[in-house]
Design a protein around this ligand. Structure first.
Ligand SMILES: NC(=O)c1ccc[n+]([C@@H]2O[C@H](COP(=O)([O-])OP(=O)(O)OC[C@H]3O[C@@H](n4cnc5c(N)ncnc54)[C@H](O)[C@@H]3O)[C@@H](O)[C@H]2O)c1
Ligand SMILES: O=C(O)[C@H](O)[C@H](O)COP(=O)(O)O
Length: 377
C-alpha cells in the first residue's frame, strides 16, 4: 500500500508506516502525478482536493485531513468517486481557545482594560466556541453567543443575532468557511459590518481568512477607526496583504491550532480512521509519542490573582512570540509557510499541572482547571 502524508504532520510516518510505504510531501505543492498508484492521502488544510488534483489518482480510496476545517476538500467529488473522507473534528480546539486567551491578555495589557468589564461575542459555538465559553467562565468574562444553527435546538443557552453580537466589546470568530446556505460566512465581516462597530471593538479571527474581507478591514483601519485586531488567518494565504499587517495588533501565520497536542491529535484521529478503513485494529497511541513538556507545572504559593493567571497562561503560550516572528518573516518569500513548517514546539495549557501550597484551597484553584490547566492525579 502507498500512502502520502503531509510533511507538516507530526508522527505521521511512525503511525502510517504500519500500513505500507509512506512518503512525506509538501502539501501545498502536491501535483496530480504524485497521486498515481497511491492508496491513502493524508493532508492538512493547504492541500486543495479537487477534480484537478485527482486526475491521476487511479487507486486512491481514502483521504484524511488532520484538521478541523474541511473547506479545502471537495467532499461531494470524493463521495462520487467512492473515496472515503475523514477529518479531525475538535482536534486542536483547545489550542485555538488557548491562543485566544493569550491574545486577549496581551490586548488588555496594551489597552489598559480589565477583561472582567468586557463582553465577548463568540461567533460559532461548536468545538472551539464551547472551549472559549469555558475559558470566559473561568476568567469571569461576560459572553454572548451567536450561532443560528445551534440556537434553535439549544434549550440551555441564550443566543443573539450577528447584529446584536456586533455591539459586544470583543468579537471572536469560530465558524467554518461557507459560501452557500442561509448563513454563509464568506466575508461575513464586510465594510458595512466594520463601519457599524463601536470604536474600540476588539476583533479576533482564528477561523478562516475569508471570513473577513481583508480589503474592507484595511480600508476601515487605514481611515483611523480604532478596532484592535488579532488575525491568525488571512485572505489568500500564504500571501498576506502587506498594507494590512502594520494595522493589525497581533498577527500570526495560521498557527492558532498549532499546539503539539492539537496537531498530533489530528494525525492520530485520521490514523484511527484509516485503520478502520483497512479493517485493522490500531496498535499505536499518541501518549507513546508526545514528549514531556518543558514546563511540567506550577506550584502556587498564594491564591491565583488575575495577574498570576495571566503570567501562568503566558508562561505556557505567549502569542507575542508568534506575532514577532510573523512581522519579521511572513512577507518574505516562503516566510508564511516556513513559520508553519518550522513552528517551535508549543504545548496546550493542559500540559501544565497546577498545585498549590496548603494555604491555597482547591476552590481557589478550580478556575485554573476550568481555564484548561491540569489537576494533579
Ligand atoms: N486558526 C486555526 O488554526 C484553526 C484551527 C482550527 C479550526 N479553525 C477554523 O475554525 C472553524 C471552527 O472550528 P470548530 O471546531 O469550532 O468547528 P465546529 O464545526 O465544531 O463549530 C463551528 C460552529 O459554527 C457555527 N456556524 C456556522 N455558520 C455560522 C454562522 N454564519 N454564524 C454563526 N455560527 C455559524 C456552526 O453551527 C457550528 O456550531 C473551523 O471550521 C476552521 O475553519 C481554525
Ligand atoms: O482547521 C484546522 O484544523 C486548522 O485551521 C489547521 O490546523 C491549520 O493548519 P494546517 O492544516 O494548514 O497545517
Amino acid at each position: 500500500m502507498r500512502i502520502l502524508v503531509d510533511e507538516n504532520m507530526p508522527y505521521a510516518r511512525q503511525l502510517f508506516s504500519e500500513f505500507g510505504q509512506v512518503e512525506a510531501i509538501s502539501g501545498r505543492d502536491l501535483t496530480p502525478s504524485k497521486l498515481k498508484d497511491v492508496d491513502g492521502l493524508m493532508i492538512r488544510s493547504v492541500t486543495k482536493v479537487n477534480e484537478a488534483l485527482l486526475t491521476e489518482a487511479n487507486k486512491l480510496s481514502f483521504v484524511g485531513s488532520a484538521t478541523i476545517g474541511t473547506d479545502h476538500v471537495d467532499k461531494s467529488l470524493l463521495m462520487s468517486r467512492d473515496i472515503s473522507f475523514v477529518n479531525a473534528p475538535g482536534c486542536n480546539a483547545h489550542s485555538v481557545a488557548d491562543y485566544l486567551i493569550s491574545a486577549l491578555f496581551v490586548l488588555a495589557q496594551q489597552h489598559q482594560f480589565n477583561l472582567r468589564d468586557k463582553t465577548v461575542a463568540i461567533i460559532g459555538v461548536g468545538n472551539i466556541g464551547t472551549r472559549v465559553i469555558d475559558k470566559c467562565e473561568a476568567l469571569g468574562i461576560n459572553y454572548l453567543l451567536c450561532d443560528p444553527f445551534k440556537a434553535p435546538a439549544d434549550a440551555f443557552r441564550q443566543y443573539v443575532s450577528l447584529e446584536e453580537a456586533a455591539r459586544a466589546d470583543i468579537i471572536t470568530f469560530h465558524v467554518p468557511l461557507t459560501r452557500d446556505g442561509q448563513y454563509p460566512t464568506f466575508h461575513m465581516v464586510d465594510e458595512a459590518f466594520l463601519s457599524a462597530l463601536n470604536p474600540g471593538t476588539v476583533l479576533v479571527n482564528a477561523s478562516r481568512g475569508e471570513i473577513i474581507d481583508n480589503k474592507a478591514l484595511y480600508h476601515v483601519l487605514s481611515q483611523g477607526k480604532q478596532l484592535p485586531t488579532v488575525l491568525d488567518v488571512w485572505e489568500n494565504e500564504p500571501h498576506v496583504m502587506a498594507e494590512l499587517l502594520p494595522l493589525v495588533e497581533l498577527a500570526t501565520a495560521h498557527i492558532a491550532g498549532y499546539s503539539l497536542e492539537g496537531k498530533a491529535r489530528g494525525t492520530e484521529m485520521i490514523y484511527q480512521a484509516f485503520a478502520d478503513h483497512c479493517g485493522r485494529r490500531v496498535s499505536q497511541h499518541l501518549e507513546d509519542f508526545l514528549p514531556q513538556p518543558e514546563i511540567a507545572g506550577f506550584n502556587l504559593g498564594q491564591p491565583p490573582t488575575p495577574e498570576i493567571v495571566q503570567r501562568l497562561v503566558h508562561a505556557v503560550y505567549d502569542v507575542r512570540r508568534d506575532d514577532k516572528l510573523f512581522r519579521e518573516h511572513a512577507l518574505a518569500g516562503k516566510g508564511f509557510d516556513w513559520l508553519r513548517r518550522f513552528y517551535p514546539e508549543r504545548r496546550e495549557l493542559s500540559s501544565a499541572v497546577i498545585t498549590g501550597n496548603p494555604s491555597v484551597t482547591s476552590l481557589q484553584l478550580a478556575p485554573l482547571y476550568q481555564l484548561g490547566f491540569s489537576r494533579p492525579d
